[in-house]
Design a protein around this ligand. Structure first.
Ligand code: SAM
Length: 282
């Protein structure tokens, strides 16, 4: 139930809003937006649509990259004076490739309470349904648009452990995918487009296949790219067998596998499974 009579503790409420489907907003976000003294918006016209849909009548003011430095002192004054202020952006979670970092840093630095009101984020929505490994990931935001800077930034991510998550525009998608194939090799990847909207699409393939596909038909809409992590090194089977056969003369399966994994730089599971097979004579 939404409690519209609720009063808020003073502080800055970093409030997530939908990334497409207007229904994707939490009860708590609506409640907080209603109860706040002020809503800071990346674009007041965009937020007006959300407020109209949910009957939110709280005053709104712009806070975006062009006015942030100028209006921040006034916002800080209000916060220190005990106001409860929401920060929203056009879509998703503020600060995630969106304005807000300097305000949060300053507020937290000056002892103002900062509360997250969590909700949609395109990177997390994409990761949750892409089928790419999700136990570890690195959010890299938008790749640089100029090719030299992009190549350098991507090369720096080559060894990063975990799935790489990027934001990209339709216009630059094919070029970015091709640059990723150059930097990372032809890894598996997923393009997640128009999440939560009518034309939502997940396209899975290798970076080169995806680059070719989107070069031939440049996509419309908003996009997240996910690049699978590097494959763990697979040992040369002959070398692994030779090492294990020798080690199994004097060690248990577990110890032989551990030593082989460490000596040959192969995954422990691979070494253990092979050691078991050798021990059982298969
Ligand atoms: N703060 C937002 C968030 O939490 O996801 C991101 C804002 S950033 C300025 C906008 C970029 O996010 C888009 O260019 C796109 O890469 C990605 N994005 C936002 N909404 C999306 C959606 N519905 N589907 C796919 N990507 C989306």
């Amino acid at each position: 139930m939404i409690d519209t009579t609720k009063t808020l503790k003073p502080g800055l409420y970093v409030t997530a809003t939908p990334i497409g489907n207007l229904g994707d907003i939490t009860y708590r976000a609506v409640e907080t937006l209603k109860a706040a003294d002020l809503v800071l918006c990346e674009d007041t016209r965009q937020t007006a649509k959300l407020c109209a849909a949910y009957g939110i009548e709280t005053p709104r003011a712009p806070y975006h990259e062009h006015n942030a430095a100028r209006v921040r002192p006034e916002i800080m004054k209000k916060l220190k004076g005990g106001a409860a202020i929401c920060l929203v952006t056009d879509a998703g979670t503020p600060l995630i490739s969106d304005p807000g970092y300097k305000l949060v840093r300053e507020a937290a630095g000056e002892g103002v309470d900062v509360f997250p009101i969590p909700g949609p984020c395109a990177a997390i929505a994409a990761l949750s349904a892409a089928g790419a490994p999700s136990d570890a990931f690195f959010f890299a935001g938008f790749p640089p648009s100029k090719s030299g800077a992009r190549e350098k930034a991507l090369t720096a991510l080559k060894e990063t452990y975990g799935t790489l998550v990027f934001y990209e525009t339709g216009q630059r998608l094919a070029a970015s995918l091709a640059a990723m194939a150059e930097a990372f090799g032809d890894r598996a990847a997923v393009v997640a487009r128009e999440l939560t909207k009518l034309h939502e699409e997940f396209r899975r393939g290798s970076l080169r296949d995806l680059a070719d596909h989107y070069a031939a038909s440049p996509p419309k809409g908003e996009i997240v790219i996910l690049v699978h992590p590097p494959e763990p090194a697979q040992a040369d089977e002959g070398a692994l067998d030779a090492y294990l056969t020798d080690a199994l003369q004097s060690l248990s399966v577990k110890d032989a596998a551990r030593e082989a994994a460490s000596a040959l730089g192969v995954p422990k599971r691979q070494a253990y499974e092979r050691a078991l097979e050798l021990k059982e004579g298969t």
